[in-house]
Design a protein around this ligand. Structure first.
Ligand SMILES: [Zn+2]
Length: 218
């Protein structure tokens, strides 16, 4: 589970609302393609012969056109070895991110209709490992917090007033001018309530929080 560490599950082109989400991830293939793009943003290269041409088998393996080497798209990700459709996993991911006051296994079980509580618990924890780390692993030191919109630019709408786009609040550790660990959350608006609960959940007490000075943080 190393490759999708630290929220890299969410890319710039991640859907900004549920309608976009269900259209974008309507097929297994689209989900696999998304993961492949995350893992190989520069394009896949065969680890054995470095050839960049590969075709996708029915079992979603990338097969090198030169040496025939096969690579699993989901290996070493939280989706590794699953028998459930990736569409379901993606759906759960969307659901977890949209839970304002944190997702619980019980709610997840109920929402998705899982027979077993343990299934919901396992899934939730898999996502938490890559999306939201447990409280003991909060960011600390100098932490920069900002909000951003995902889904590209939209004409005529500026700043925080937009309602159409998904708003994400992001916290980044700043270590000696380089970016450290990162946390984010989808929020319905940039209200003080949302921002503060995000900071409380993700940033250790006593840290220096740097923001762009908007009153939502004061
Ligand atoms: Zn090869």
């Amino acid at each position: 589970m190393q490759l999708l560490e630290d929220n890299s599950l969410i890319q710039e082109d991640y859907p900004k609302n549920f309608e976009e989400f269900i259209i974008r991830f309507s097929t297994e293939e689209a989900c696999y393609d998304y993961i492949a793009d995350l893992r190989w943003p520069e394009g896949y290269k065969c680890p054995r012969c470095n050839n960049s041409k590969a075709w996708k088998s029915q079992r979603n393996l990338l097969c090198c056109s030169n040496c025939g080497h096969q690579a699993s798209i989901t290996a070493r990700t939280l989706f590794q070895g699953t028998r459930k459709p990736l569409r379901l996993w993606f759906h759960v991911m969307w659901w977890i991110m949209s839970q304002k006051s944190g997702a619980s296994a019980k709610n997840l079980q109920h929402t998705m209709g899982f027979n077993r509580y343990e299934t919901a618990w396992t899934w939730l924890h898999k996502f938490r490992r890559v999306m939201i780390r447990p409280g003991r692993d909060k960011l600390n030191g100098h932490v920069e917090v900002d909000e951003t919109f995902i889904g590209g630019s939209e004409k005529g709408i500026r700043g925080r007033k937009t309602i159409k786009k998904a708003l994400v609040v992001i916290a980044v550790e700043i270590e000696e001018k380089k970016l450290g660990r990162l946390r984010f959350r989808l929020i319905p608006d940039a209200s003080a309530e949302n921002l503060i609960s995000f900071i409380k959940d993700n940033v250790k007490q006593g840290s220096v929080v740097v923001t762009d000075g908007w009153k939502g943080y004061s």
